[in-house]
Ligand binder design. Structure first.
Ligand code: FDA
Length: 307
């Protein structure tokens, strides 16, 4: 990451965290966020998922929510996920689900969070589906990994998590979880982390992401590479071609509203590609992370403002 990009990202996340800015944005910004959010309701999200499926794109659905204040909110989110899994099964949508551990209560009570996630994973297993636990910021990394490991030990193997290439610890986590055959999504990392725990330069983060992808592809563990970055996507394609790795052994993932043409093109080329589709009313933190990732995303929103 260049100094300019780093400054942009940190400033945007800092400004977005100011309560008055959040309040104003929640009031007036929903329409602008629409580009990145599939809708407020489950029905709208399932419709979008079906439209993506028609293009050969698989989906992961995220009922937005994070950083809750009371466990009763976690229980309500859990219920939403159970309904979501039923909805996917009923309408036969090619989709799994992604959830945030703090949405299920991780920051309040780890035991309760485990129990909520376990219920969701069991419901997913009932429908032969899969649950991805998104990775949040570093105070939650170890606890998230512990929950996934614990569920695997209980025989619930239809759950996986995410590893962030920017963290120093990730190489070790990857090696450990590959041994345990945990299905992982590999990303660069979206949170504001200090240089005591995370690589700060884009070139280093890209290098780490390629290293992780190589490790997974070499070991033959099914993996998801989630990035909009052509340098990463082209590298993975080339590495798979050079090493006779079948397209069925990995998938690409991208976010709803970003690089839609590229997503369709990858599907046409016969790659497995999954779109991360968020929906719901708690869109603000998700949305500000997207704006922080790229000045171009902010430009996109500003352009929409004047349409
Ligand atoms: P990045 O923003 O680093 O841009 C690099 C280059 O890619 C750009 O210079 C440009 O060339 C190209 N590019 C990027 N976006 C483009 C666009 N819209 N159009 C054209 N070119 C573009 N993070 C996390 O911490 N925990 C998580 O659980 C997840 N989950 C997750 C799921 C999925 C499906 C995705 C795609 C991403 C995440 N992330 C995440 C976010 C991730 O960590 C990261 O912040 C973003 O993907 C941004 O990094 P990229 O590699 O996509 O491009």
């Amino acid at each position: 990451m260049g100094i300019g990009t780093k400054w942009y990202r940190k400033s945007l996340l800092t400004v977005a965290g100011i309560p008055a800015v959040e309040k104003l944005s929640m009031r007036y910004g929903r329409k602008l966020a629409g580009k990145f959010i599939a809708g407020d309701t489950l029905a709208e999200a399932l419709e979008e998922a079906e439209a993506l499926n028609r293009l050969g794109i698989m989906v992961t659905l995220d009922h937005l929510g994070e950083g809750i204040k009371q466990l009763s909110e976690a229980a309500a989110y859990k219920e939403q996920y159970l309904k979501l899994l039923d909805g996917i099964a009923e309408r036969k949508v090619d989709a799994n689900v992604s959830l945030k551990p703090t949405q299920m209560g991780l920051a309040l009570n780890q035991g309760a969070c485990l129990s909520n996630i376990r219920d969701v994973v069991k419901q997913a297993r009932h429908h032969r589906n899969f649950v991805r636990i998104d990775m949040e910021d570093t105070p939650h990394t170890q606890a998230t990994i512990d929950i996934v490991r614990r569920l695997h030990k209980e025989g619930l193997t239809n759950v996986g998590t995410v590893l962030q290439a920017y963290l120093f610890r990730t190489e070790q986590d990857a090696a450990d979880m590959i041994r345990e055959n945990v299905n992982l999504r590999l990303v660069k990392g979206a949170y504001k982390e200090s240089d005591s725990v995370a690589y700060q330069q884009m070139s280093e983060v890209r290098g780490q992401l390629k290293k992780l992808a190589k490790l997974h592809l070499d070991e033959g563990v099914y993996t998801a590479i989630a990035s909009h970055d052509d340098q990463i996507i082209d590298w993975v394609k080339q590495y798979a071609r050079d090493n006779g790795i079948d397209k069925s052994r990995f998938e690409f993932q991208m976010l709803y509203g970003l690089r839609s043409n590229k997503q369709a093109q990858l599907a046409k080329e016969g790659y497995r590609i999954r779109c991360y589709v968020p929906y719901g009313v708690m869109w603000y933190p998700y949305y500000t992370r997207r704006l922080a990732e790229k000045p171009a995303n902010l430009m996109l929103v500003l352009r929409n403002m004047f349409r």
